[in-house]
Structures are given as C-alpha cells and as structure tokens.
Design a protein around this ligand. Structure first.
Ligand code: ADE
Length: 243
C-alpha cells in the first residue's frame, strides 16, 4: 500500500516544493541537523525551504519573556500565548498553510504512514514547546495537528521537530538520488528491511550470504523478502500482525 502511495507521490507531485516554518526559542538547535546529509542536499536542490523563527522576537514584554507561571499554581512554567500567536498570525497572513503542527508527547504517534502523508504538504508550521507546555488556547485556536515522536518526554520539541522534518523531507521526490531507495526503506510495507552487506565478501571468514553474490536478481529479491519477513516477525511482531 505504501509503495503505491509513494508512486502516486512521485508522479503526481513532481514539482513539489515544501516550505517549513519552525517556531522555537532555540533556533540554533536546528543548525546541525539541517546542514548535513539529505536535508542539506534537499535545501541545495531547492526542494525544501526551512525557516526558523525565534519566538522571543515576538514577545512584547520588557524582558522579552516567553513563559509565565501557570494559573492554578502548579509547578513549572507555561509558554505564553501572545508571542506564539503573533508569530503564527504573521506567517498565516503571508501564505496558506496545510497544517500548524505542535510537537508534543500527547500527539499522534509518528510512523511511516504519517510521514508519507505529511511529505505531500506544501507549507507547514511546526511549533516547538518547552517547560510544562504551551497555553492551551494556542492549541484551541491555532494548532491543527499534534505529533509525538514516541512515548517518552523530551526537554523540548526541537529534537522531535528535527526528526519529523528528516522523515518527511527524504520522501520528497528528487531528494534521494535513487527514488526507489525510499521505496525499500524499513516500514514502507510494514516490514523491516533485510540485512545488507558490502565488500569484502569474506572478512575473517565471516561470509556474505552466497545468494547475494549469485547475480540472480529473482532469487536475491526472494531472499530479501524472506529475510525482511523473518526479521519483522522476530523483532516487531506488532508490525507483522498489521499485515
Ligand atoms: N516534546 C517533548 N517530548 C516530545 C515527544 N515525545 N514527541 C514530540 N514532541 C515532544
């Protein structure tokens, strides 16, 4: 099913150009993840544009505050509505967005299916939270989707946003050299990938499976499928059962 999805993606959206606006209080955290490897190449190819916006720049308070004590007296701080609202409203006045996403452990769990879907978007806003979270009115009035990258709590949404961006950008046509390499990723058919090997064929007597050296494409494909199924059954029974 996912393979078909990706074929659709490839043929229907050849000219895709994605714009990602990230709202954060730590824009520097994105410098590393976005300046190497696949994301760097995607930016160079002009397939994706990523802008970070420092939420603090939108604070109207004297000390440029972005957080305040929670009503009700709980421990911890809450991210204030105003700077985030001003930033989102400015962006929305400039263009239409497909989604305004909040990275949060309470959100929909990110999986390959969700990444495939999100890779079709043209413009998205991603909000990274900190402290105890964001003022609930931001969710009510601006957020259209919450995404979690796993059932654990990070110190902030930045690392989660970087993970999410990586998972969708690599799926945009033209980003990977060989389009089929996204098709054979783990999870694209709810299957883990088969093991891979490279030279030397024999390292200290540890040999590469004979079949991979045979040159018989059909047998190799069958072997890879068999190994993918075996691995998924052994390691991710849940994924396997969803077939
Ligand atoms: N922010 C904090 N923890 C997170 C998680 N698990 N996923 C997304 N955003 C988060």
């Amino acid at each position: 099913m996912f393979k078909n999805f990706l074929r659709f993606h490839t043929f229907a959206q050849i000219q895709i150009k994605m714009r990602i606006d990230i709202l954060t209080i730590f824009p520097e955290m994105f410098e590393g993840p976005f300046s190497h490897s696949i994301i760097k190449r995607a930016k160079e190819k002009n397939v994706v544009e990523i802008f970070t916006h420092n939420i603090r720049d939108y604070s109207t308070s004297k000390h440029k505050s972005v957080d305040d004590y929670p009503f009700g007296g709980d421990a911890g701080m809450v991210m204030m509505i105003e700077p985030i609202a001003l930033c989102i409203e400015k962006l929305k006045s400039e263009r239409k967005y497909d989604e305004v996403i909040y990275m949060s452990p309470d959100g929909e769990l990110l999986d390959q299916k969700l990444s495939n879907k999100c890779s079709l978007f043209n413009n998205i806003i991603i909000l990274c939270g900190h402290y105890k979270g964001i003022d609930e009115r931001i969710s009510e009035h601006f957020i259209t989707k919450e995404i979690s990258i796993g059932d654990y709590v990070l110190s902030g949404g930045e690392l989660a946003a970087a993970v999410f961006c990586d998972s969708i950008i690599r799926l945009i046509p033209g980003v990977l050299n060989d389009e089929t390499s996204a098709l054979s990723d783990s999870f694209q058919d709810n299957l883990l990938s088969p093991p891979v090997y490279t030279r030397p064929a024999d390292f200290r007597g540890w040999k590469v499976p004979e079949i991979l050296l045979s040159g018989n494409e059909k047998l190799i494909k069958e072997w890879q499928m068999e190994k993918a199924i075996e691995r998924t059954k052994q390691r991710r029974q849940g994924l396997f059962n969803s077939h």
